[in-house]
Design a protein around this ligand. Structure first.
Ligand code: ZN
Length: 360
């Protein structure tokens, strides 16, 4: 073999190794799930409160335990029995671990913008209106890089996600709101979901039930194997606004099971197995005092800027529940994913520093 051919072969092989070495990323958000429930389970002031619960006996039977530890395990068993052993959970303020938004709006579009773009934009992102995001998300940066082009996808229960991701400009496919799966090679399960979704009415006009978002995402992962997938569950926020604490808790528990299903799937699929980083977070917190502010959020609601984040899978050193004094911010998530992918934010707009969680 000639020297030049050898050199070419060497470059080809090292490129392949580098590409294979990068983790896949599953980024997940639960809309407006409070850190209080994540770390302490059912709230003693709400679980038996007839103003917010239809059947207090049934809800207590399902979610009430003597200790916070037992209550959170009853609420989110996958996160507390498994993820706590292999990953990291940040944001339990009772232990000194703080995660906060840097935007001052404390509602959804500004929260998702911050998570996905790595910076707050309180000048321009000031409503939940369906306006195409002027900022560039990490999904768009990945999709405009030749290594990841066409291997990025987003799924959301809320119908504003195509605008938050700026589907039009980014080219990232977004299945959100009441959209069905499209394309020529739909799986049998996708066809069934398309048939079922219009027949199962959502309680809300702009948000579908999370099971549809979840299964559309899972089917897409099986079929297309995206390197980066973003899944945005929405029910928790809407049930909270409706003042239905029972539905809020049940939805949190269902979402825990859906995250478990995603994790199990990735660990038996050769494309994702042992090489997938999971990051889970929320777009904003909610109130606690006065009591009825648990239903709400926004700049006037005390504590609604307090959030949380969970990381596990490829490259994450296990720490469990963080019990150290620390201050993390939601704007660190996008830079962390870019770092895992070895991608640059060429616009240099990202404010957050990548999280120092990776083994490598
Ligand atoms: Zn909300």
């Amino acid at each position: 073999m000639k020297k030049i051919e050898l050199l070419f072969l060497f470059i080809l092989v090292t490129n392949l190794i580098v590409a294979q070495d990068k983790p896949k990323v599953v980024l997940i958000t639960l809309d407006g799930l409070r850190w209080q429930e994540l770390f302490s389970g059912a709230d003693p002031l709400l679980v038996a409160n007839k103003d917010f619960v239809h059947d207090t006996t049934a809800l207590k039977n399902q979610f009430w335990k003597e200790t916070k530890k037992a209550r959170r395990e009853a609420l989110m068993p996958f996160l507390w029995n498994e993820v706590a052993k292999i990953g990291r959970l940040h944001g339990n303020r009772a232990l000194g671990s703080k995660v906060d938004l840097t935007n001052k709006m404390w509602f959804s579009y500004p929260g998702y913008n911050e998570i996905l773009t790595g910076h707050a934009d309180d000048e321009r992102i000031t409503s939940n209106d369906k306006l195409n995001n002027p900022n560039t998300t990490l999904l768009e940066i990945a999709n405009h890089d030749k290594r990841y082009k066409g291997k990025v996808a987003a799924f959301g229960s809320w119908d504003v996600f195509p605008y938050i991701v700026n589907e039009e400009r980014s080219g990232v496919p977004v299945n959100a709101g009441f959209e069905v799966a499209a394309g020529a090679n739909l799986s049998e399960r996708e066809k069934f979901l398309n048939e079922l979704q219009p027949k199962v009415p959502s309680p809300w006009g702009t948000v579908r039930l999370d099971a549809f978002t979840h299964h559309y995402a899972l089917e897409y992962m099986k079929k297309e194997h995206p390197e980066l997938v973003y899944i945005a569950y929405g029910e928790t926020d809407d049930f909270a606004h409706d003042g239905e604490y029972d539905a809020y808790l049940k939805s949190a528990k269902n979402t825990d099971a859906m995250i478990e299903e995603l994790w199990r799937y990735t660990q038996q699929d050769s494309f994702y197995k042992d090489n997938t980083l999971f990051i889970i977070t929320t777009d904003h917190g909610r109130g606690t005092q006065p009591l009825e502010t648990w239903k709400s959020h926004g700049e006037k609601i005390k504590g609604a800027g307090a959030v949380w984040m969970i990381l596990f899978g490829k490259g994450v050193s296990p720490q469990g529940e963080s019990a150290q004094n620390e201050q993390l911010y939601s704007n660190q998530i996008a830079p962390t994913v870019l770092k895992a992918f070895d991608l640059q934010d060429s616009s240099k707009k990202m404010k957050g520093k990548p999280l120092n969680i990776l083994i490598e």
